[in-house]
Design a protein around this ligand. Structure first.
Ligand SMILES: [Zn+2]
Length: 353
């Protein structure tokens, strides 16, 4: 199948992200932005469509026709004064007064802090027979955007792991292009967790094609799920299936599984990260999300969703629960990156390479 892909020049270009190799321009975080891409039609997974037309038909446990990879990047747990003001203002701006009030007083105690919500997230997902992955930062005080000391969250990490949910690494600003940095953070997180971590996503979705894949593979990760645009939902490389990336520099496949990121809370609502987002209201955000889910179902793919723990109230929570309900009704397999990774690596039918 990979040879068929190679022969179709257009599809191969999209799949490998060839245009990102020698891009002269990037945004302020060194990312390749959607507006520079020649491949604009990213709500259509063109490469997965091609694979389907050529007989690729992945299977999932039970009768599920597709999978949903649920993920949470943990950027903020104990908000700073600046975080408190930022999130409060953001909620007020979208008319969510009750949530703004709660957030404003979040620093007073863990019990009323809406971002200290790992148990609530797990309980919510359980209701719909779902599981997810939590990606944690492993920072030092000197790091840019320092948020928390991972050692202070030992109990929480173990609670997540013991519940059967996944703990993965959320790489720092300095990680995506530095092997030593990635290895250092991985080790730091593993020391607190007491076991190996296999899943990765970089903070701010910072990523360099194909180098970051190569580094993550060398550092011992089994999968990454960073490949999505920070300011637009969709299928960045036309794929709605996990895949092993191809390195055009070495002419070889890279030994890591990529779960392309399709929907991030911040990219469809107002942005958590600098840059423009789609800025949709709740109704439009839901329509877009539903559409992408239906598309992935059609191709028997995996839709990867990133919902920050800071979006689990008000409109953010409402939309997240709608996703859970909708996919539950469709009988989708909703689970962590770790479980989907394992499934894909052990089922030959689910691989086209
Ligand atoms: Zn982040």
């Amino acid at each position: 199948m990979i040879d068929k892909l190679k022969q179709n020049r257009d599809v191969w270009k999209i799949f490998t992200r060839e245009e990102e190799y020698n891009s002269i321009f990037t945004d302020q975080f060194n990312r390749f932005p959607y507006y520079l891409s020649k491949y604009k039609d990213i709500f259509e997974p063109k490469v997965s469509k091609f694979l389907s037309e050529n007989g690729f038909k992945p299977k999932y446990p039970g009768r599920s026709k597709f999978a949903v990879c649920l993920t949470h990047d943990i950027d903020t747990v104990f908000p700073s004064v600046a975080d408190t003001l930022y999130f409060t203002a953001k909620l007020l701006a979208s008319g969510q007064k009750k949530e703004a009030y709660r957030t404003f007083f979040s620093r007073l105690s863990k019990n009323i802090n809406p971002f200290y919500n790992f148990k609530e997230i797990i309980e919510l997902e359980k209701k719909y027979n779902a599981k997810s992955s939590f990606y944690f930062l492993a920072q030092d005080l000197v790091d840019q955007d320092y948020r928390y000391n991972i050692e202070d969250l030992k109990e929480e990490l173990h609670y997540i792991k013991d519940s059967g949910w996944e703990v993965g690494l959320h790489g720092c600003h300095t990680s995506y292009n530095n092997l030593e940095d990635i290895k250092y953070r991985k080790k730091k997180l593993e020391k607190v967790l007491g076991e190996k971590v296999i899943g990765y996503r970089n903070h701010y979705l910072r990523f360099k094609v194909p180098d970051t894949w190569q580094l993550l593979s060398e550092a011992g990760f089994k999968y990454d799920t960073t490949l999505g645009y920070s300011n637009c939902a969709g299928f960045r490389n036309g794929m709605c299936h996990p895949f092993k990336p191809f390195n055009l520099k070495t002419d070889k496949e890279i030994d890591i599984l990529e779960f392309p990121l399709n929907i991030m809370d911040g990219s469809i609502f107002s942005s958590f990260i600098n840059g423009n987002s789609m800025s949709l209201d709740l109704e439009d955000a839901w329509n877009l999300t539903k559409n992408l889910i239906d598309t992935v179902e059609r191709y028997r793919g995996v839709i990867t969703i990133l919902w920050h723990n800071t979006s689990m109230q008000g409109n953010g929570l409402e939309l997240y629960e709608k996703i859970l309900i909708y996919c539950h009704e469709k009988g989708a397999w909703m689970t962590s990156g770790e479980e989907i990774c394992d499934w894909y690596l052990h089922n030959k039918d689910n691989r086209f390479d």
